[in-house]
Design a protein around this ligand. Structure first.
Ligand code: CU
Length: 306
């Protein structure tokens, strides 16, 4: 008798069976018999909400971050911009599939979250620091999207592993009053304190009386064979007392440095949109490079005032 009952239920509710499997209602076993019908209409597992909103938040956040670059989008734009647009699309579609409790949604969610974390790490975009919100691209990538996507990736992989036996069978996936609930609150607290500390820290936008000579770290500079080069212009001549101050601006999505070959100067890590200024005080030829990408090189020639 005990063994037959679930089978009858399974046939009667065959239309629900797919949903029931996704939601974790077993068609066998004793514990779920009494609650089987009730749980079909109950809310989704907690993990599904976290993954759906985590993906949607990350996609919207990144969309906002790259919106200024999208407005001047062209076929020759930074290849990373295409990758980020692809992430946004996959994340949105994955969020919709995840919320519909579809297996392809779980897979897309895993691809988007793990792909972003691994990609950001590989490209040195992700340096885990509490950066200034005014340094917007780094702030949203390093301090908001990556922590959220780590949570999404953990929960999503657990959902994929447990989707056959049932997500609602695992308390840490089903309920906010669990390990995943604590983890979610922890991430939210980290994000808000990160934003708070970032907002309070002063911005460093020193203004110089004479406009410095501008050198761009060009879009795509992380690529050794980048058509537009790396530092532009890569060779500059200055005259002391006339124009002996240079500002480098990182227009690439990767992190770069401006590092003297002789050890005279070093910008430290420059994130997307960051600038760094240096004033040359003695004549000479100064070769420099990027410490992350040694193939990026440039030369500053400094002449005495004639
Ligand atoms: Cu570099």
């Amino acid at each position: 008798m005990r063994q037959k009952l679930p089978q009858i239920r399974a046939i009667k509710n065959s239309k629900y069976d797919n949903n029931m499997d996704m939601l974790g209602q077993k068609t066998r076993g004793q514990g779920s018999e009494t609650t089987g019908t009730k749980n079909v209409t109950s809310s989704r597992p907690f993990a599904i909400w976290v993954i759906t909103f985590g993906l949607a938040f990350s996609a919207l956040d990144l969309l906002y971050g790259i919106s200024s670059d999208l407005s001047k989008f062209s076929s020759s734009s930074d290849p990373l911009l295409y990758v980020m647009i692809l992430f946004i699309i996959v994340a949105f579609v994955g969020a919709a599939g995840e919320f519909s409790l579809k297996t392809w949604g779980y897979i897309l969610a895993a691809l988007a979250s793990l792909g972003f974390i691994i990609g950001a790490n590989a490209l040195n975009v992700w340096i885990p620091t509490l950066s200034n919100p005014q340094d917007f691209n780094t702030f949203i990538v390093a301090d908001t999207i990556v922590p959220v996507l780590i949570l999404v990736a953990i929960l999503d992989v657990l959902c994929i592993v447990n989707r056959k036996s049932g997500i609602n069978q695992k308390r840490y996936l089903a309920s906010p009053k669990s390990f995943s609930g604590i983890l979610t609150v922890l991430i939210l607290v980290l994000l808000s304190t990160g934003a708070g500390i970032g907002a309070l820290s002063p911005s460093s936008n020193a203004k110089s009386a004479v406009a410095p000579v501008a050198i761009s770290i060009v879009s795509g500079a992380f690529n050794p064979s980048n058509a537009a080069g790396h530092f532009s212009p890569s060779s500059v001549t200055l005259v002391i007392g006339v124009n002996n101050t240079v500002t480098w601006t990182n227009n690439d999505y990767s992190i770069h440095t401006v590092t003297s070959n002789s050890g005279l100067f070093d910008s430290g890590l420059l994130n997307h949109g960051n600038s760094w200024t240096y004033t040359f005080t003695s004549p000479g030829i100064y070769s420099y490079h990027c410490s992350i990408h040694p193939f990026m090189t440039g030369t500053i020639t400094v002449l005495a005032k004639s």
